[in-house]
Design a protein around this ligand. Structure first.
Ligand SMILES: Nc1ncnc2c1ncn2[C@@H]1O[C@H](COP(=O)(O)OP(=O)(O)OP(=O)(O)O)[C@@H](O)[C@H]1O
Length: 427
């Protein structure tokens, strides 16, 4: 590595200067290059090539469909402008992939599955808009949004948990608007509350309802490890969730580096949301000791408080808008280590009161009306997670699958529900 670098430097610097030679280097990982290679006199001009914007995507689609159009393979209903609008965060290569995939859909229509040797009627092959739409379902952008991942944070959908949670939701949506409409330092918001009160589900819902074109969730617990710390350069809008589950088993320094990378990438994008899920777990907090990772704490403090120089530049250039949503069940700890202050605003995600529980049970429709009244009277200050657990436990007692209950095909037996409640509260 050293020898190669020296050689490159030698070639660029040379014993004698070579005039009229332009050296262009390309890399996906600028962060891994030796600074010596990047200093003035060597590869000194740095240009970041981001993902194409909508106009760029139209041009790229035009290039890749030009031949098809000239040879009358492109159906008249194909609207490249509309396709460009639907392909946010697609790279040029991915757009090419979409065109190829659409072509194969069109070809498949003309193939005789029974007799593959039968010649294809090439003259009549037309790649239609429908083929492109199917291709979009197949070819996903590497930096693309993953609404599915967000949905996995609330697999049974999102239920209205009452006025207090609705108010928090509305206030965070105002922050989303603020981030989208105004430039400035990152907007940071902490969701605190008891475990299972629905903080992550709320953050995920914000992501879905914000209708961000780029949504990325990182969470091993939700089988999304594959999305781990993607590089998010120059995206129109980014949504990243950083959770302790995604980093289970990693070294402290690796975790810190990954958190830093997520922030650096997010800052480079014009609009992004980073979710720091379960901050105390990210910090490896343990009450015994107490212990936590100071390295990860310092990393978070740096990226929430003191922005690196290049980040400040991006913000002043109006190129970076970031919303950070943190979630924690350990506010006292966060206060003690000074992390709470790094967030501009903190909202307390409450437990379900009787009236909230009634609202949730009504939406889930798992009881008959009378039973629902009775059941909700017995519930107060309960985490929504526990309410779901009780419903599923009672369903099991009834000898029914939770699906039949959630699908509203059958109702829960109130007595079994009360038995389960008693057992759970006894513990
Ligand atoms: N409003 C909601 N609608 C539907 N499901 C919800 C809602 N809120 C929470 N849940 C469900 O309850 C469970 C716990 O929610 P969540 O993980 O968001 O809680 P949390 O407060 O982040 O918990 P922890 O602090 O332990 O991580 C999840 O399975 C989630 O799907």
């Amino acid at each position: 590595m050293m020898i190669r670098l020296t050689l490159v430097n030698f070639q660029i610097d040379g014993v004698e200067a070579l005039n009229n030679v332009l050296v262009i280097g390309m890399t996906n990982r600028m962060d891994m290059l030796d600074e010596a290679l990047l200093r003035s006199g060597r590869l000194e001009v740095h240009i970041e090539i981001g993902l194409p914007d909508e106009a760029g995507r139209v041009q790229i689609l035009h290039i890749h469909t030009k031949m098809m159009k000239e040879n009358s393979f492109l159906a008249p209903d194909v609207n490249l402008q509309e396709l460009a609008a639907q392909t946010k965060n697609y790279s040029g290569a991915e757009l090419e992939g979409v065109v190829k995939s659409a072509t194969s859909y069109a070809l498949n229509r003309h193939l005789d599955i029974e007799d593959l040797s039968k010649p294809v009627d090439e003259e009549n092959i037309k790649v239609t808009m429908d083929d492109f739409l199917q291709a979009l379902r197949e070819v996903k952008p590497a930096f693309g949004a993953s609404p599915k991942a967000l949905q996995n944070c609330r697999p049974k959908g999102f239920v209205d948990c009452g006025d207090r949670q609705n108010l928090i939701y509305q206030r965070i949506m105002f922050l989303v608007d603020q981030v989208s409409n105004e430039t400035g330092p990152p907007v940071t918001c902490l969701l605190e509350g008891p475990s299972g009160s629905g903080k992550t589900a709320l953050a995920a819902t914000i992501g879905i309802d914000s209708n961000f074109p780029y949504v990325k969730i990182v969470s091993k617990a939700r089988s999304l490890i594959s999305f781990l710390f993607t590089f998010i350069k120059m995206l129109p809008l980014v949504f990243v969730q950083v959770s302790a589950d995604t980093m289970a088993g990693l070294q402290e320094s690796t975790k810190a580096a990954r958190i830093a990378k997520v922030f650096e990438d997010a800052y480079k994008s014009p609009l992004s949301i980073v979710i720091l899920d379960n901050i105390e777990r990210l910090l490896e907090y343990s009450e015994i000791g107490p212990r936590f990772s100071n390295m990860i704490l310092q990393t978070l403090l740096i990226y929430l408080n003191h922005l690196p120089k290049e980040v400040c530049f991006l913000i002043t250039q109006e190129k970076s808008k970031l919303l950070v949503l943190g979630t924690t069940s350990e506010l006292t700890f966060l206060k003690a280590v000074g992390l709470r202050k790094a967030f501009s605003v903190t909202y307390d995600v409450p437990l379900l009161r009787t009236e909230d529980a009634k609202k949730v049970l009504k939406q889930l429709n798992v009881f008959s009306d009378d039973d629902m009244e009775e059941a909700s009277k017995a519930l107060n200050d309960i985490p929504i997670k526990q309410l779901y657990f009780l419903i599923e436990m009672a369903a099991q007692r009834d000898g029914r699958s939770k699906e039949t209950i959630y699908n509203r095909k059958e109702k829960l037996n109130l007595n079994h529900f009360f038995d389960c409640l008693e057992e759970v509260t006894e513990n």
